[in-house]
Design a protein around this ligand. Sequence first.
Ligand code: FES
Ligand SMILES: [Fe+2]
Length: 463
Amino acid sequence: MTLSSKDLTDDLPLERCPGPSWQDKLDEDERPVPEYLRKQYPYLNGFKDIPKERYLSREWHELEKERLWSRVWQFACREEHIPDVGSYIVYEIADQSYLVTRVSPNEIKAYPNACLHRGRTLKTYDGRCSEFRCPFHGFAWNLDGTLKNIPAEWDFPHLEVRSEEMTLPEVKVGVWAGFVFINPDPDAESLDDFLGPEIQQHFERWDFENRYVQAHVAKIIRCNWKIAHESFCEGFHVNATHPQGMGYTGDPQSQIDVYGNAARQLSPKGIPCVMLPETPTEEEMFRASLDVRIGEDLPVPFEEGDTLRDALSRAGRERFRSSFGERVDDLGDAEFLDAWVYVIHPNFQPWGALNRIVYRFRPNGDDHETCIFEMLYVSPFTGERPPPAKVVHLGADDPWTDAVGLENLAMVAEQDTFNMEQVHLGLKNLRRDGVALSRYQESLIRWKHDLLEEHIERGPVSS
Ligand code: FES
Ligand SMILES: [Fe+2]
């Protein structure tokens, strides 16, 4: 195709990767495919490069602090991190810190983490308490934020008369699928409106409320938080970064759908990547997906005439029958075996369906050149809910493989992390003003930047 610059409009026909698509694989599903999986919502918004300053400049980081983090819904913790009245966590984003606490069995509140006397942080670690008592001079607040005690009250007649001012200010809290979100903007839309109906309808199928945090690892990476996040917003890099996945996952054939502030990328298993020179057999794909060589015993059966999708969905359905009960029979094969990567603006990625992976990306404190990349496993359970896994903290030089509990994902994360620091360094040498994005496969990155731009253009939260 020969194009001129005037042809570069969103009317240009959308090309998709040749070969079978995720939709073609759904046709092979034994069970009826729900309509919401059939509808596609591609995101097209021009062809502009993304300015590199967004990753590198301190000024942009300051704008994000003032105009993004101060006014967006953001994942703070899981509900089970604060199971009892008085349980609290300290949630930090850039230079801001919040206390998120359960004030009654069915109510969660969040406060800026600052004493209203002279400003000390009230808490520096997660825990459980009956009051928020400042370690500096001992001012104390009830869990509901009302002032409980001023030591040497006789010396603060001016604060007693201004007692309303001495109630801890609240920031907005919302809960969805067992995930607790906060939003510091008092005028923010509800979490429900922010998420929109589509993603909520999708997740209803997968019972995320009744899951537990099986593993939780937080690692420092030497790159801007968006570089780390964007590494998981496209499957295009699989051919060069994770070549071991090419034999059984058709990442270039992924489907990408955007719904307002949420989006998803669906990558089909059982389609070899079109870039492979030879097409593997179904059994070869199946073995590659389980990392089992020809001749070695398989952990799940592969029967005569099976496809990878037959064998993996059958095994998955039986594995989840104990925790999901007979509902597993209402779920499609794709829900047991494909990669369903959801993205919620600006920094949260809970995988959908029966996957258990959840990612979160934040600046590392007030440093825009390093970030905290967290990986959680949020898994179904049988019987009583196990306590949430403690966070394993990894430094910038600690490999993911040092964290027990991530199994073979640690190796994959290691491959992704290897790129992240090099992208940050490379951008400082780049002799172009911005980075180029593919039209479809990297469209989630364009979508993310369009939303980010909207935040920055809306200005700061009015106080
Ligand atoms: S700063 Fe908190 S009691 Fe003084
Ligand atoms: Fe990757």
